[in-house]
Design a protein around this ligand. Structure first.
Ligand code: 4NP
Length: 160
């Protein structure tokens, strides 16, 4: 199959978890030379942080592993995202429910929990690290790296 595949990562604020997923998946896609085939974005269900850079703790934890997040800016997810993206991937069940409620009937996107693509971890939700310590951001990265690798394999097998 040819054509572009598009992926939107969604959390609550779009400053911690979904930008982390965005930055990690972006690097994996670039390293695989697939940046012209896979379009990536992230968004939050809430509007509190629209226009902001990712949380400094998320950016620092990601940088430790060689991922850049500093070019990202928060935006709010919209109903239109369900026609602009093939995959809309929620970080937790609350995000999933909020996305289901703005989704319009007949939209083409596949809405899933991102961690459905994880293989090493059994968890299916990426815990919100916003009110916790630095180790929470490392755990987010562990989960996100696992699921991002699974997602890339899935897209390669199914679409590319
Ligand atoms: P995120 O984390 O959903 O992973 O970006 C949060 C960021 C901000 C807030 C909550 C979660 N907040 O309440 O402002």
């Amino acid at each position: 199959m040819s054509g572009e595949i598009s992926v939107l990562f969604v959390c609550l604020g779009n400053i911690c978890r979904s930008p982390t997923a965005h930055g990690v998946f972006e690097k994996m896609v670039q390293d695989a030379g697939l940046q012209d085939r896979i379009r990536i974005d992230s968004a939050g269900t809430g509007a509190w942080h629209v226009g902001e850079s990712p949380d400094k703790r998320a950016t620092a934890a990601a940088a430790q592993r060689g991922y850049r997040l500093d070019h990202l800016r928060a935006r709010q997810a919209t109903a239109g995202d369900f026609s602009r993206f093939d995959y809309v991937l929620a970080m937790d069940r609350s995000n999933y429910g909020d996305l289901e409620s703005i989704r319009q009937e007949g939209s083409s996107a596949r809405l899933q929990l991102f961690l459905e693509y994880a293989a090493r971890f059994d968890e299916r939700e990426v815990p919100d690290p916003y009110y916790g310590g630095a180790d929470g951001f490392d755990h987010v990265l562990d989960l996100v790296e696992d699921a991002a690798a699974g997602l890339l394999s899935h897209i390669r097998e199914r679409h590319l």
